[in-house]
Design a protein around this ligand. Structure first.
Ligand SMILES: *Cc1c(COP(=O)(O)O)cnc(C)c1O
Length: 359
């Protein structure tokens, strides 16, 4: 029997997709060749890749004046590529520090240029977000940077700031396609695919084309978004396997109602767990209720010993990945798109039973 997979990333994939990968691995659609042994120049890879990009555009509603492609290097490489391209000499960029991932992006940017921190909830241990209605970029800023969903802290923007002429750049690694977004609000959206879209390897890039006019000069090849945009990410060898699996996951998302369908699923699944937390004094959510993540549900028990026991017993019951990130402790249930509702129901029942026995 398959485990119930609450890992934060890499994470659960739809079983149908795993089965399709298995069935097609040796001979892709009867072409006598595996997708992962074909050249990435022309032929069956490019046909698959173009289909993948088109479907991604369709599901997210990406306007025509944006480029969409995949790179390697994970979301982490983007922490460097973004300031390398867009943090112009003698200017500055605005960063919001809302948890582990935006902090990492910010500290990389600080090594490359001037950064203005417009929000930092360090004192509150990253449990709340700035009000998107009043958050404004500073005068002369090259861009404003946010992380849509802090995977470790379990905190998620519900609405996004209006930054006017200042480009808004957003890490959507852990909530991409878990809800519809108005892509036009952003100059760039990016993320690793290994949370909501597929197996680790590929990084999605969605970038308004006019951003290329705002680049620094003299960039080395891989660091230059201009080269990647021109070649739709095929400047060098792309992470072929990951991209192929992403295409299958996108098809699965489409069959299951697209971004709206995923939003309904996420609301239903996360409510099951938050309702248990809110109806008890035994479980506690550290996150500002207005900004609770629908993907990564972080919660605490009355003691660390009980948390250890919870992890041990849930693992025995076939539920994996409920231990919180080592940097923050506690517990975390990641309930990404592909996680079946039944698995969340099982967790809810397990939580209630655990409280009955230990509360
Ligand atoms: C996982 C994650 C990252 C890091 O992704 P890598 O692909 O491992 O570099 C960055 N940002 C967020 C929000 C994440 O969840």
């Amino acid at each position: 029997m398959r485990k119930k997979n609450f890992f934060a990333g890499p994470s659960v994939l739809p079983v149908e997709v795993l089965e399709q990968l298995r069935d097609q691995l040796v001979d892709y659609e009867g072409q006598g060749l595996s997708m992962i042994e074909a050249s990435h120049r022309g032929g069956m890879f490019e046909e698959m890749y173009d289909g993948c990009l088109a479907l991604f555009r369709e599901l997210l509603g990406v306007p025509d004046d944006y480029d969409v492609y995949f790179l390697g290097g994970g979301a982490t490489l983007q922490f460097t590529m973004i300031p390398t391209n867009f943090l112009l000499k003698g200017r500055h960029a605005d960063y919001t520090k809302t948890g582990t991932w935006s902090n990492k992006a910010c500290s990389d940017a600080m090594k490359l240029g001037d950064v203005n921190v417009v929000f930092d909830d360090k004192a509150g241990n990253y449990t709340t977000l700035p009000d998107p209605k009043t958050l404004k970029p500073s005068e002369g800023s090259c861009y404003m940077y946010i992380c849509a969903n802090e995977t470790i802290g379990g905190i998620e923007w519900q609405e996004f700031p209006d930054t006017g002429d200042v480009p808004l750049i957003c890490d959507m690694s852990s909530d991409i396609l878990s809800r519809p977004v108005d892509v036009k609000k952003f100059a760039m959206i990016y993320g690793g695919v290994q949370k909501n879209l597929g197996p680790a390897g590929a990084t999605f890039i969605i970038m308004r084309r006019d951003m290329l006019e705002r680049r620094n000069e003299g960039l080395t090849a891989y660091m230059d978004y201009g080269l990647h945009a021109k070649d739709k990410g095929l400047y060098n060898t792309p992470p072929v396997f990951s991209i192929w699996a992403v295409k299958l996951v996108l098809e699965w998302i489409k069959r299951n109602g697209g971004a709206e369908g995923m939003q309904k699923r996420a609301a239903e699944k996360s409510k099951l767990i938050y309702d248990v937390i809110d109806s008890s004094d035994f479980f506690r959510s550290p996150v500002d209720p207005r900004y609770r993540s629908k993907m990564n549900i972080v919660f605490r028990l009355p003691s660390e010993d009980l948390e250890k026991q919870f992890v041990a017993e849930s693992t025995k019951a076939g539920m994996l990945g409920l231990k919180g990130h080592r940097s923050v402790g506690g517990l975390r249930a990641s309930v990404y798109n592909a996680l079946p509702l039944e698995d969340v129901v099982a967790l809810r029942d397990f939580m209630k039973e655990f409280e009955r026995k230990n509360g």
